[in-house]
Design a protein around this ligand. Structure first.
Ligand SMILES: C[S@@+](CC[C@H](N)C(=O)[O-])C[C@H]1O[C@@H](n2cnc3c(N)ncnc32)[C@H](O)[C@@H]1O
Length: 318
Protein backbone atom coordinates (compact mmCIF):
# COMPACT_ATOMS: atom_id res chain seq x y z
CA UNK A 1 0.00 0.00 0.00
CA UNK A 2 2.75 2.41 0.90
CA UNK A 3 4.29 2.36 -2.57
CA UNK A 4 1.08 3.27 -4.38
CA UNK A 5 0.95 6.96 -5.28
CA UNK A 6 -1.21 8.21 -2.46
CA UNK A 7 -3.04 11.27 -3.80
CA UNK A 8 -5.11 9.10 -6.13
CA UNK A 9 -5.89 6.63 -3.37
CA UNK A 10 -6.81 9.43 -1.01
CA UNK A 11 -8.97 11.13 -3.63
CA UNK A 12 -10.95 7.93 -3.85
CA UNK A 13 -11.27 7.79 -0.06
CA UNK A 14 -12.30 11.43 0.03
CA UNK A 15 -14.97 10.75 -2.56
CA UNK A 16 -16.11 7.88 -0.39
CA UNK A 17 -16.27 10.15 2.65
CA UNK A 18 -18.24 12.78 0.80
CA UNK A 19 -20.44 10.06 -0.61
CA UNK A 20 -21.23 8.81 2.87
CA UNK A 21 -22.95 12.09 3.57
CA UNK A 22 -25.38 12.26 0.66
CA UNK A 23 -27.99 13.93 2.80
CA UNK A 24 -30.29 10.93 2.47
CA UNK A 25 -30.14 8.37 5.28
CA UNK A 26 -31.27 5.41 3.16
CA UNK A 27 -28.80 6.23 0.40
CA UNK A 28 -26.03 6.57 2.97
CA UNK A 29 -26.84 3.19 4.46
CA UNK A 30 -26.87 1.50 1.05
CA UNK A 31 -23.61 3.14 0.19
CA UNK A 32 -21.99 1.95 3.42
CA UNK A 33 -23.06 -1.63 2.60
CA UNK A 34 -21.72 -1.17 -0.91
CA UNK A 35 -18.31 -0.24 0.42
CA UNK A 36 -18.28 -3.33 2.59
CA UNK A 37 -18.97 -5.48 -0.47
CA UNK A 38 -16.27 -3.67 -2.37
CA UNK A 39 -13.74 -4.16 0.44
CA UNK A 40 -14.75 -7.81 0.51
CA UNK A 41 -13.85 -8.18 -3.19
CA UNK A 42 -17.38 -8.08 -4.64
CA UNK A 43 -17.55 -4.95 -6.84
CA UNK A 44 -20.65 -6.24 -8.71
CA UNK A 45 -22.79 -6.26 -5.54
CA UNK A 46 -21.21 -2.96 -4.50
CA UNK A 47 -22.21 -1.40 -7.85
CA UNK A 48 -25.76 -2.69 -7.47
CA UNK A 49 -26.06 -1.13 -4.00
CA UNK A 50 -24.57 2.20 -5.13
CA UNK A 51 -27.09 2.22 -8.01
CA UNK A 52 -29.88 1.74 -5.47
CA UNK A 53 -28.43 4.52 -3.33
CA UNK A 54 -28.44 6.81 -6.36
CA UNK A 55 -32.16 6.17 -6.85
CA UNK A 56 -32.60 7.80 -3.44
CA UNK A 57 -30.06 10.59 -4.00
CA UNK A 58 -29.78 11.18 -7.77
CA UNK A 59 -27.94 14.52 -7.45
CA UNK A 60 -25.09 13.04 -5.48
CA UNK A 61 -21.97 13.64 -7.63
CA UNK A 62 -19.61 11.65 -5.44
CA UNK A 63 -21.97 8.67 -5.58
CA UNK A 64 -21.85 8.75 -9.40
CA UNK A 65 -18.06 8.95 -9.29
CA UNK A 66 -17.92 5.94 -6.95
CA UNK A 67 -20.21 4.04 -9.31
CA UNK A 68 -17.95 4.98 -12.22
CA UNK A 69 -14.91 3.57 -10.39
CA UNK A 70 -16.81 0.34 -9.66
CA UNK A 71 -17.89 0.09 -13.30
CA UNK A 72 -14.27 0.49 -14.36
CA UNK A 73 -13.25 -2.25 -11.93
CA UNK A 74 -15.90 -4.47 -13.50
CA UNK A 75 -14.68 -3.71 -17.03
CA UNK A 76 -17.93 -1.90 -17.88
CA UNK A 77 -16.31 0.88 -19.86
CA UNK A 78 -19.43 2.45 -21.38
CA UNK A 79 -21.29 2.51 -18.06
CA UNK A 80 -18.22 4.00 -16.38
CA UNK A 81 -18.14 6.80 -18.97
CA UNK A 82 -21.84 7.54 -18.45
CA UNK A 83 -21.50 7.63 -14.66
CA UNK A 84 -18.41 9.88 -14.74
CA UNK A 85 -20.26 12.21 -17.13
CA UNK A 86 -23.15 12.35 -14.70
CA UNK A 87 -20.74 13.19 -11.83
CA UNK A 88 -19.27 15.99 -13.95
CA UNK A 89 -22.70 17.39 -14.83
CA UNK A 90 -23.58 17.55 -11.14
CA UNK A 91 -20.22 19.02 -10.09
CA UNK A 92 -18.77 21.08 -12.98
CA UNK A 93 -15.79 22.25 -10.86
CA UNK A 94 -15.03 18.54 -10.62
CA UNK A 95 -13.54 18.34 -7.18
CA UNK A 96 -13.75 14.55 -7.25
CA UNK A 97 -11.81 14.04 -10.50
CA UNK A 98 -14.34 12.65 -12.99
CA UNK A 99 -12.71 14.63 -15.84
CA UNK A 100 -9.32 13.00 -15.30
CA UNK A 101 -10.97 9.57 -15.36
CA UNK A 102 -12.82 10.46 -18.58
CA UNK A 103 -9.55 11.64 -20.12
CA UNK A 104 -7.89 8.39 -19.09
CA UNK A 105 -10.66 6.55 -20.91
CA UNK A 106 -10.06 8.72 -24.00
CA UNK A 107 -13.39 10.55 -23.62
CA UNK A 108 -11.95 14.01 -22.93
CA UNK A 109 -8.82 15.80 -24.10
CA UNK A 110 -6.04 15.11 -21.58
CA UNK A 111 -5.02 18.76 -21.20
CA UNK A 112 -6.93 20.47 -18.40
CA UNK A 113 -8.54 17.22 -17.24
CA UNK A 114 -7.20 17.78 -13.72
CA UNK A 115 -9.13 20.81 -12.48
CA UNK A 116 -7.74 23.20 -9.85
CA UNK A 117 -10.61 22.17 -7.55
CA UNK A 118 -9.57 18.52 -7.88
CA UNK A 119 -5.89 19.21 -7.22
CA UNK A 120 -6.67 21.43 -4.22
CA UNK A 121 -8.97 18.78 -2.73
CA UNK A 122 -6.45 16.00 -3.44
CA UNK A 123 -3.66 17.79 -1.61
CA UNK A 124 -5.81 19.20 1.20
CA UNK A 125 -6.53 15.57 2.00
CA UNK A 126 -2.93 14.44 1.50
CA UNK A 127 -1.21 17.28 3.43
CA UNK A 128 -1.09 15.66 6.90
CA UNK A 129 0.68 12.57 5.47
CA UNK A 130 2.49 14.11 2.51
CA UNK A 131 6.04 14.23 3.82
CA UNK A 132 5.89 10.90 5.58
CA UNK A 133 4.47 9.01 2.60
CA UNK A 134 6.32 10.78 -0.18
CA UNK A 135 9.75 11.23 1.37
CA UNK A 136 9.92 8.14 3.56
CA UNK A 137 7.84 5.62 1.61
CA UNK A 138 8.33 6.74 -2.00
CA UNK A 139 11.98 7.88 -1.68
CA UNK A 140 11.06 11.34 -2.95
CA UNK A 141 14.04 13.49 -3.96
CA UNK A 142 12.60 16.24 -6.17
CA UNK A 143 14.14 19.16 -4.22
CA UNK A 144 17.55 17.41 -4.08
CA UNK A 145 17.42 16.87 -7.86
CA UNK A 146 16.81 20.59 -8.40
CA UNK A 147 19.78 21.42 -6.16
CA UNK A 148 22.09 18.95 -7.89
CA UNK A 149 21.09 20.18 -11.35
CA UNK A 150 21.80 23.76 -10.32
CA UNK A 151 25.11 22.84 -8.69
CA UNK A 152 25.97 20.95 -11.87
CA UNK A 153 25.89 24.08 -14.03
CA UNK A 154 28.35 25.77 -11.66
CA UNK A 155 26.21 28.65 -10.40
CA UNK A 156 27.60 29.88 -7.05
CA UNK A 157 26.16 33.41 -6.63
CA UNK A 158 23.07 33.54 -4.34
CA UNK A 159 19.70 34.30 -5.94
CA UNK A 160 17.83 37.47 -5.01
CA UNK A 161 14.23 36.45 -5.70
CA UNK A 162 13.10 32.89 -6.22
CA UNK A 163 9.61 31.57 -6.99
CA UNK A 164 8.61 28.06 -5.94
CA UNK A 165 5.73 26.89 -8.17
CA UNK A 166 3.59 24.24 -6.44
CA UNK A 167 5.57 24.67 -3.23
CA UNK A 168 3.47 22.13 -1.31
CA UNK A 169 4.70 21.72 2.26
CA UNK A 170 7.87 23.69 1.56
CA UNK A 171 10.49 21.00 0.90
CA UNK A 172 11.97 22.99 -1.99
CA UNK A 173 12.10 26.12 0.16
CA UNK A 174 14.05 24.21 2.79
CA UNK A 175 16.48 22.85 0.21
CA UNK A 176 17.10 26.31 -1.30
CA UNK A 177 16.97 28.60 1.72
CA UNK A 178 20.76 29.01 1.89
CA UNK A 179 20.96 29.82 -1.83
CA UNK A 180 18.17 32.42 -1.99
CA UNK A 181 17.65 35.72 -0.22
CA UNK A 182 13.91 35.68 -0.83
CA UNK A 183 11.55 32.85 -1.80
CA UNK A 184 7.88 33.21 -2.70
CA UNK A 185 5.79 30.04 -2.82
CA UNK A 186 2.49 29.35 -4.59
CA UNK A 187 0.17 26.39 -4.31
CA UNK A 188 -3.51 25.52 -4.80
CA UNK A 189 -3.85 23.62 -1.53
CA UNK A 190 -4.46 25.61 1.65
CA UNK A 191 -3.50 22.65 3.82
CA UNK A 192 -0.16 22.19 2.03
CA UNK A 193 0.52 25.93 2.33
CA UNK A 194 -0.17 25.81 6.08
CA UNK A 195 2.62 23.22 6.42
CA UNK A 196 4.93 25.38 4.30
CA UNK A 197 4.13 28.46 6.41
CA UNK A 198 5.18 26.62 9.57
CA UNK A 199 8.67 26.11 8.11
CA UNK A 200 9.25 29.89 7.98
CA UNK A 201 11.42 29.76 4.87
CA UNK A 202 9.15 31.71 2.49
CA UNK A 203 8.81 35.49 2.55
CA UNK A 204 5.36 35.09 1.04
CA UNK A 205 2.99 32.22 0.28
CA UNK A 206 0.03 32.50 -2.09
CA UNK A 207 -2.89 30.20 -2.65
CA UNK A 208 -3.29 30.33 -6.41
CA UNK A 209 -3.00 28.42 -9.65
CA UNK A 210 0.52 28.57 -11.07
CA UNK A 211 -0.32 30.18 -14.43
CA UNK A 212 -2.58 32.79 -12.77
CA UNK A 213 0.18 33.53 -10.28
CA UNK A 214 2.81 33.94 -13.01
CA UNK A 215 0.57 36.27 -15.04
CA UNK A 216 0.42 38.57 -11.99
CA UNK A 217 4.23 38.76 -11.56
CA UNK A 218 6.08 41.74 -13.00
CA UNK A 219 8.39 41.17 -15.97
CA UNK A 220 12.07 40.64 -15.05
CA UNK A 221 11.21 40.22 -11.37
CA UNK A 222 12.77 36.83 -10.44
CA UNK A 223 16.18 35.30 -10.99
CA UNK A 224 15.17 31.72 -10.12
CA UNK A 225 11.98 29.72 -10.71
CA UNK A 226 11.73 26.28 -9.13
CA UNK A 227 9.15 23.53 -9.49
CA UNK A 228 9.58 19.99 -8.15
CA UNK A 229 7.13 17.22 -9.04
CA UNK A 230 4.32 19.62 -9.95
CA UNK A 231 4.11 19.36 -13.74
CA UNK A 232 2.74 15.82 -13.28
CA UNK A 233 -0.55 17.69 -12.73
CA UNK A 234 -0.25 19.91 -15.80
CA UNK A 235 -0.28 18.73 -19.40
CA UNK A 236 0.54 21.50 -21.86
CA UNK A 237 3.33 23.65 -20.38
CA UNK A 238 3.55 26.23 -23.17
CA UNK A 239 1.91 29.03 -21.16
CA UNK A 240 3.94 28.27 -18.04
CA UNK A 241 7.20 28.38 -20.03
CA UNK A 242 6.25 31.65 -21.75
CA UNK A 243 5.28 33.26 -18.46
CA UNK A 244 8.42 31.96 -16.74
CA UNK A 245 10.50 33.55 -19.52
CA UNK A 246 8.68 36.87 -19.07
CA UNK A 247 9.08 36.88 -15.28
CA UNK A 248 12.77 35.85 -15.24
CA UNK A 249 15.53 38.41 -15.54
CA UNK A 250 18.04 37.83 -18.34
CA UNK A 251 20.32 35.03 -17.14
CA UNK A 252 17.63 33.87 -14.69
CA UNK A 253 17.07 30.11 -14.32
CA UNK A 254 13.99 27.88 -14.46
CA UNK A 255 14.68 24.54 -12.75
CA UNK A 256 12.11 21.74 -12.58
CA UNK A 257 11.42 18.02 -12.69
CA UNK A 258 8.87 16.12 -14.78
CA UNK A 259 7.81 12.54 -15.06
CA UNK A 260 8.94 11.49 -18.54
CA UNK A 261 7.83 9.32 -21.43
CA UNK A 262 9.60 8.51 -24.66
CA UNK A 263 6.74 8.61 -27.18
CA UNK A 264 6.17 11.26 -29.85
CA UNK A 265 3.61 13.35 -27.87
CA UNK A 266 4.79 16.36 -25.86
CA UNK A 267 2.75 15.00 -22.93
CA UNK A 268 0.46 12.12 -22.07
CA UNK A 269 -1.90 11.38 -19.19
CA UNK A 270 -0.79 8.14 -17.59
CA UNK A 271 -3.06 5.47 -16.18
CA UNK A 272 -2.22 6.66 -12.65
CA UNK A 273 -3.69 10.08 -13.57
CA UNK A 274 -0.34 11.85 -13.73
CA UNK A 275 1.06 13.59 -16.79
CA UNK A 276 4.38 12.58 -18.31
CA UNK A 277 6.36 14.84 -20.66
CA UNK A 278 8.83 14.11 -23.43
CA UNK A 279 12.29 15.65 -23.90
CA UNK A 280 11.23 16.92 -27.31
CA UNK A 281 8.11 18.56 -25.89
CA UNK A 282 10.10 20.35 -23.20
CA UNK A 283 12.75 21.45 -25.68
CA UNK A 284 10.04 22.75 -28.06
CA UNK A 285 8.26 24.81 -25.37
CA UNK A 286 11.62 26.14 -24.15
CA UNK A 287 12.66 27.26 -27.64
CA UNK A 288 9.26 28.88 -28.30
CA UNK A 289 9.56 30.84 -25.04
CA UNK A 290 13.15 31.95 -25.74
CA UNK A 291 14.61 29.83 -22.94
CA UNK A 292 17.95 28.06 -23.46
CA UNK A 293 18.46 24.48 -22.35
CA UNK A 294 21.37 24.40 -19.90
CA UNK A 295 20.64 20.91 -18.58
CA UNK A 296 18.10 18.18 -19.36
CA UNK A 297 18.83 14.74 -18.02
CA UNK A 298 17.18 11.59 -16.74
CA UNK A 299 16.47 11.67 -13.02
CA UNK A 300 13.80 9.78 -11.15
CA UNK A 301 12.04 11.92 -8.52
CA UNK A 302 10.40 8.99 -6.65
CA UNK A 303 9.45 5.34 -6.76
CA UNK A 304 6.12 3.71 -7.61
CA UNK A 305 5.55 0.21 -6.25
CA UNK A 306 9.25 0.13 -5.42
CA UNK A 307 10.34 0.99 -8.99
CA UNK A 308 11.89 4.40 -9.82
CA UNK A 309 9.49 6.39 -12.04
CA UNK A 310 11.16 7.72 -15.21
CA UNK A 311 11.80 11.43 -14.95
CA UNK A 312 13.79 14.38 -16.21
CA UNK A 313 15.35 17.33 -14.45
CA UNK A 314 15.77 20.53 -16.46
CA UNK A 315 17.61 23.82 -16.09
CA UNK A 316 16.50 26.49 -18.58
CA UNK A 317 18.07 29.93 -18.84
CA UNK A 318 16.44 33.10 -20.06
C1 LIG B 1 3.73 16.36 -5.42
S1 LIG B 1 3.46 17.92 -4.65
C2 LIG B 1 5.10 18.61 -4.69
C3 LIG B 1 5.27 19.71 -3.66
C4 LIG B 1 6.66 20.34 -3.61
N1 LIG B 1 7.01 20.96 -4.85
C5 LIG B 1 7.70 19.33 -3.20
O1 LIG B 1 8.63 19.10 -3.97
O2 LIG B 1 7.59 18.78 -2.08
C6 LIG B 1 2.63 18.84 -5.91
C7 LIG B 1 2.10 20.19 -5.41
O3 LIG B 1 1.76 20.97 -6.55
C8 LIG B 1 0.54 21.66 -6.28
N2 LIG B 1 -0.08 21.96 -7.59
C9 LIG B 1 -0.36 21.07 -8.58
N3 LIG B 1 -0.86 21.72 -9.65
C10 LIG B 1 -0.89 23.04 -9.32
C11 LIG B 1 -1.31 24.21 -10.01
N4 LIG B 1 -1.77 24.15 -11.27
N5 LIG B 1 -1.21 25.40 -9.38
C12 LIG B 1 -0.72 25.47 -8.10
N6 LIG B 1 -0.32 24.39 -7.40
C13 LIG B 1 -0.39 23.20 -8.00
C14 LIG B 1 -0.25 20.70 -5.43
O4 LIG B 1 -1.25 21.35 -4.69
C15 LIG B 1 0.86 20.08 -4.56
O5 LIG B 1 1.04 20.77 -3.36
Amino acid sequence: MTSIFLPQVLAYRRAMLKARSSGNALADRRFAYAMEYKAGGDPASAAELVTQALHEAPDWAAGWLALGDLNEMLGRRDEAIDTYRQALRLDPADEAGAGARLARLGEMPPDGAMTPAHIAALFDEYAPRFERSLVADLSYRGPALLRMALDGIGRSKPFERALDLGCGTGLVGEAFRTLCQDIVGVDLSGAMLAKARAKQVYRQLEQAEIADFLFRQAADSADLILSADVFIYLGDLETIFRQAARVLVRGGLFVFTVQSHSGPAAFILNHDLRYAHSREGLAGWAAAAGLHLRHLDHASPRTDRGVPVPGLVAVLER
